[in-house]
Design a protein around this ligand. Structure first.
Ligand code: TRP
Length: 361
């Protein structure tokens, strides 16, 4: 299978997105106040260490250099593909706890955390935006197509086709110009750019920026099975909030191979390479260096080093999480502050949108 088959985006447009993302990243560190970041997650449960090294850590870095950061919890979007409404408020709470424990800090920085269901003015943008895209464009979205086929369902609700337009509202309500995402989200960013452009042209305005996707640099973290991405639904992950014991047990159960000598060889020994990569991220040493240190001591030693490294890296984060968990009203106040700020921004944007569309009274 080519990359195009897998992701539905051609290599050349992917290369372009990577290039754009690299240039953007350099400028972000030089001019942090020029940018407004918005990114989002679906509240489907707790975050695992793949999420942490793949995206959360990067968000914390951006926050800490002074970039304004909107973190959106996409609770409406979850309705399009999952039956989780009974658990949703718990998931929103747990996700917020994970964010705060990992260092996102709305009290100290310009960081706002909010569920989009609480921002009516954001949701209202969906209506005009829907008239800017065609059905065939929605049908062609490669990420949506893949999610539909993975769901195995025969009847697909309309929300499944329109959620990328909703996502454009998520991004454009605050006129964000940087959206940190994984590769699978690039089609949605492209659609957002299209909607921004069409809105500006149709209503003769320059209201919306065309946001750029910021692709995370960190290596792909595989699951404990060593042959596919870490993901909760694949049952191969270590949660950020796992205890030390759970972490030891999980790492002990990780698949390795029978060769005693440890080397970093991602192609031929992906499982061993994955554990070396995880230790490397936690210890700040190269995977090769760690492999050399282990040498002939085998995968038992590799597992011990990896579990120790994870447990010491996440110690403080886990302790903070336990503290926060006991302070429900603090966590709630974080969300209330986030909602307040996001609504203020959304209200201003909606009023500008109405003006542009000639719908003021
Ligand atoms: N669709 C994203 C996902 O499945 C979540 C999301 C919703 C999002 N709104 C967003 C991501 C806005 C970035 C920007 O993970």
């Amino acid at each position: 299978m080519t990359e195009e088959d897998i992701n539905g985006i051609s290599n050349s447009s992917f290369d372009k997105a990577v290039q754009k993302s690299k240039l953007l990243e350099m400028d972000l560190y030089k001019n942090p106040t020029k940018y407004r970041v918005l990114t989002g997650d679906r509240p489907t449960g707790n975050l695992h260490i793949g999420h942490y090294f793949g995206s959360i850590l990067n968000r914390v870095k951006l926050q800490n250099i002074g970039v304004e950061t909107y973190i959106l919890i996409a609770d409406y979007q979850v309705l399009t593909d999952r039956d989780v409404f009974k658990d949703i408020s718990k998931f929103v709470f747990e996700l917020t706890l994970d964010y705060l424990a990992c260092g996102l800090d709305p009290k100290e920085h310009k960081t706002y955390i909010f569920p989009h269901s609480h921002i009516p003015e954001l949701n209202q943008l969906l209506v005009p935006f829907l008239s800017l895209v065609s059905l065939s464009e929605l049908n062609k979205n490669p990420t949506v197509k893949e999610e539909i086929s993975a769901s195995g369902k025969e009847i697909i609700n309309a929300g499944m086709y329109t959620y990328p337009v909703h996502q454009a509202a998520d991004i454009l309500f605050c006129k964000s110009n940087v959206v940190p995402v994984g590769k699978d989200q690039l089609p949605h960013i492209e659609l957002t750019r299209t909607i921004a452009k069409r809105f500006n042209t149709k209503f003769n305005t320059n209201l919306f920026p065309e946001p750029i996707g910021l692709l995370s640099e960190s290596p792909m973290i595989l699951g404990l099975d060593g042959n596919q991405k870490m993901s909760k639904s694949r049952n191969n992950s270590i949660m950020i909030k796992a205890t030390e014991d759970e972490t030891y047990k999980l790492i002990k159960s990780a698949k390795t191979d029978s060769e005693r000598h440890i080397i970093f060889d991602p192609v031929n020994r992906p499982e061993v390479a994955n554990l070396l990569r995880l230790s490397s991220l936690c210890l700040g040493k190269s995977p090769e260096e760690i492999a050399t240190e282990i040498g002939d001591l085998g995968s038992g030693k590799l597992k011990q080093i990896t579990a120790d490294a994870l447990n010491s890296y996440f110690k403080e984060i886990r302790e903070r999480r336990i503290q926060l968990e006991m302070d429900k009203s603090y966590v709630r106040s974080i969300l209330q502050d986030g909602i307040k700020m996001a609504r203020q921004t959304a209200t201003e944007t909606l009023s500008e949108v109405r003006e542009a569309m000639n719908m003021m009274i």
